[in-house]
Design a protein around this ligand. Structure first.
Ligand SMILES: [Zn+2]
Length: 287
C-alpha cells in the first residue's frame, strides 16, 4: 500500500515540468564546471567538432605503407609483402598506417590515450578498421585465419589511465563485428617480469633517439614475453601486430620477436598513425 503511494508520488515528481527543467539546468551547470571543447581546435561543446572529425576522416581514409624510415623494425618474412630491401639490403617488416601523426590525428590520439577522452574512440576505431582491412587483404590475403596481436601496454600506464587504449579500440571493433573477415584479436604477448630495466629508454643519459637502429631494437629485447593466449599460436600461424603509433618500430620489433619465437609468421603490423619518414625516405610503393 505504502509502496504504491510512493511510486505514485515519484511519478508525479518525474512528470512535473520543473523536473525536466531541473535536468536541463543540471546539464548546463555540468558543462559550465566541466567544459568540453574540441581536442583539436578547442571549439567549445564537443570532444571532436564536426569540422575536425571530417579532417580526421579525410586524414585516415587511405591507409598507406609506413615502414620506411622506422629504423628499429624487424626484417620482413622473405617475400611476404615486403617493399624490397633498402640501401643496406634490409627489408623492414611491412607496416600499414591509417594516417600520418599530424595535427588532427595526433591530437585525437593523445586526448584518447592520455586525457581520458574515450568518447573519441569511435573515430579512431574507424581509422584503425580501415588500416586493418587493407593489411589483411594486402599483407596476408592467402592466410585463412589471421591473429591480430596488440602491442602490450605497460601495467603502470594502464593503471594510470584506467584503461588500455589499444584493447578498448580493438575490443569495440570485435564486438561490433567490424574486424576484417578471418581475423581475431589475441593478446598473446605481454610485458615481461623485468619491465623497469627493459623499458628504461635512457642509458647513461642517452635517449632512445640517440641510439642507432640496432641499439633501439636491442634496448627493448627481453622486455616482453608470451602471454597465456600464446597457446593459440600454432607454427606457421599468420599474425599482424597492432599498435597505436609507429615511431622507430622498436616495440613492434620486440612483439614480433616473441611471436616468432613461438613459431608465428608475422606478416606485418598495423598502426593508427605513423610519424613522417625522414625526408627522401618515403616509400615510393605506397598507395
Ligand atoms: Zn575542432
Amino acid at each position: 500500500m505504502w509502496k504504491a503511494g510512493l511510486e505514485r508520488r515519484l511519478d508525479a515528481v518525474r512528470l512535473h515540468p520543473t523536473c525536466g527543467r531541473l535536468e536541463g539546468a543540471l546539464r548546463e551547470f555540468g558543462s559550465l564546471i566541466l567544459p568540453t571543447e574540441c581536442v583539436v581546435c578547442e571549439l567549445p561543446d564537443n570532444s571532436l567538432c564536426a569540422g575536425c572529425a571530417a579532417t580526421l576522416r579525410r586524414a585516415t581514409v587511405r591507409p598507406f605503407r609506413a615502414e620506411q624510415g622506422a629504423e628499429a623494425l624487424p626484417e620482413a618474412v622473405c617475400g611476404l609483402g615486403a617493399a624490397g630491401p633498402d640501401a643496406d639490403g634490409f627489408s623492414p617488416l611491412p607496416v600499414m598506417a591509417a594516417g600520418s601523426y599530424a595535427r588532427a590525428l595526433s591530437a585525437a590520439l593523445l586526448a584518447f590515450k592520455n586525457h581520458g577522452h574515450t568518447d573519441i574512440g569511435r573515430w579512431l576505431q574507424a581509422a584503425l578498421a580501415g588500416a586493418l582491412h587493407e593489411a589483411r587483404w594486402t599483407l596476408c590475403a592467402e592466410a585463412a585465419e589471421v591473429l591480430l596481436v596488440p602491442v602490450p601496454a605497460r601495467g603502470a600506464s594502464t593503471r594510470r589511465r584506467g584503461y588500455d587504449p589499444l584493447s578498448l579500440l580493438l575490443g569495440g571493433l570485435d564486438r561490433r563485428a567490424e574486424l576484417p573477415a578471418g581475423t581475431s584479436v589475441a593478446a598473446a604477448v605481454r610485458i615481461g617480469w623485468r619491465p623497469r630495466t627493459a623499458w628504461t629508454l635512457t642509458s647513461g643519459g642517452r635517449t632512445q633517439k640517440a641510439l642507432g637502429r640496432q641499439g633501439r631494437r636491442q634496448n627493448l629485447v627481453g622486455s616482453m614475453e608470451a602471454a597465456p593466449l600464446m597457446r593459440l599460436i600454432r607454427p606457421g600461424r599468420a599474425c599482424l601486430i597492432v599498435d597505436d603509433v609507429l615511431t622507430t618500430g622498436a616495440t613492434i620489433a620486440e612483439t614480433a620477436r616473441v611471436l616468432r619465437n613461438a613459431g608465428a609468421v608475422v606478416s606485418g603490423a598495423v598502426v593508427i598513425a605513423a610519424t613522417p619518414a625522414p625526408r627522401g625516405k618515403e616509400n615510393s610503393s605506397a598507395r
